[in-house]
Design a protein around this ligand. Sequence first.
Ligand code: HEM
Ligand code: SF4
Ligand code: SF4
Length: 527
Amino acid sequence: MNSLRRAARMGFEGVDSLFGRAFGPDWNPMYHLGTLGWFFYWIVCVSGIYLYIFFDTGITQAYESLEYITHVQWYAGGVMRSLHRYASDALIIVMMLHLLREFVMDRYRGARWFTWFTGVPLIWLVFACGISGYWMVWDVLAQYIAIASTEWLDSLGIFGQSIARNFLNEATLSGRFFTLMVFIHIAVPLFMLLVMWIHIQRQRNARVNPPQGLAIGTLGMLLVLSVVKPAVSQPPANLDRVPAVIDFDWFYLAGYPLLDHWPGLAVWALAGAGTLLLALMPLLPPARRSRVARVDLANCNGCGRCVDDCPYSAVALQPRTDAAAFSQEAVVSDNLCTACGICVGACPTSTPFRRATRLAPGINLPDMDLHELRDQLLAATESLTGTGRVMLFGCRHGPDIEWLRGPDTATMTLPCIAMLPPSFIDFLVSRKHADGVFLTGCSAGDCHYRLGQQWEDRRLAGARDPYLRARVPRERVGVCWAGLTGRSRLERELKAFRDRLWVLPPIERRKQWSVIKRIIEGEEGHG
Ligand code: HEM
Ligand code: SF4
Ligand code: SF4
């Protein structure tokens, strides 16, 4: 399963990089599938409201009113109708890609189960919106949908009398069910908005708008498509005749041909089993969870930086529960924490300069204790040789960096690159443990933990607390967001970085860490 997922992930990253070349990392649509979903939703709503002004909800008048909108008012109503249809199709496409991407990238298990789980009803709701929309046109496609859908509903056997009877022939045709469809087509999107809002509740700073450029470009494309190939109705419905040819919308109606070949109940069983399987996916199998972040009250001053930086709203501030002079303290919710370590990188107490005592930050990952991490780091840099000694940090979800380890390169892999407090970079460079520090991780703009890359970039640029201090020469800090597929790019950029280090004035070598450690341990023993 893991090798299959890895292969799929490489495939996705390959497609990402193609889009990345065309759009750049900021506008890469593959990184904005969720926000594009919101964007298409709003286009559908706005165009839908416009259409509703001119739409006649009577079953016999609906078709005529849409013909008027499409052909007489083609410059406004016609364009709006096409936008309505194409944005609905685009919503299906981005939703399915979004689902597949979150699965392949393994961003749906563990603490993230809730976001996945609340995505599942959205699939049903999107389909309900689209199908009821096609129904309202009351052309031959609507006729097919009406008959197939009502027969499918009847197969459940829970309605007192057959609903399909309403669509037996022109004489039995009743506007009652049609009016219900109009109501559904308005009520479901409103309910969907509520579910979409719930869907992103566990994401801190959830993005719901695509970047402006991507939004304008996408809208422009839809507009061009609307003018070049306007959405039109098919011949009007006539229940006394079986339509010979129907143009199908495979985005919304792909499951309908199954109803022609399978009993309705079998299709219900398939749809129900599919939904259940999808909903249970986070448990099949559950993620192997690392132990969640822990707050050490003795070192927490309640500054709230961990709260600001946590991508999953897993840390909160609460009134102090000990006798310390601070008014608040951080508290971690075990259910929400993904053990990414970003909070550790944000905490002002995570500084390696406090060397005489055990390094105990206000918040720590039990499986990646910062004190041990500092020791490992010092041990790793101690054996580095040459004038281009590089400490290379990577993240678990980015490229493998172990193969780059060598006499002049030490490596360390963190859960997320933003677990690295900038003070560690300062420490390594200003204490001359390395000539340069190089960071890599997920592809630019696609952090596995949503915000880690963004926070680390801003910390290095001095734009977000905790800052990388100005005294650290920036030419000694390199970054390459390589992603899983960017192995050779990482190698190239690391080499170029080292070449640049060689021409910088040499930095004096630090006394060996093992010697310093012996001195400290000696002092502590004496004390
Ligand atoms: C109308 C359909 C949908 C829309 C508009 C939508 C929108 C979004 C948005 C805006 C985010 C947050 C992005 C961020 O700030 O990081 C998100 C996250 C997510 N969505 Fe959806 N979504 C939809 C359907 C689905 C479906 C069908 C699933 C899967 C069943 C799903 C699974 C997820 C997961 C797992 C995340 C969390 C990713 C993470 O933790 O990094 N979504 N979605
Ligand atoms: S960042 Fe550190 S000191 Fe500040 S509230 Fe969080 S744990 Fe406490
Ligand atoms: S490790 Fe820290 S930043 Fe990451 S989810 Fe847990 S509390 Fe939030």
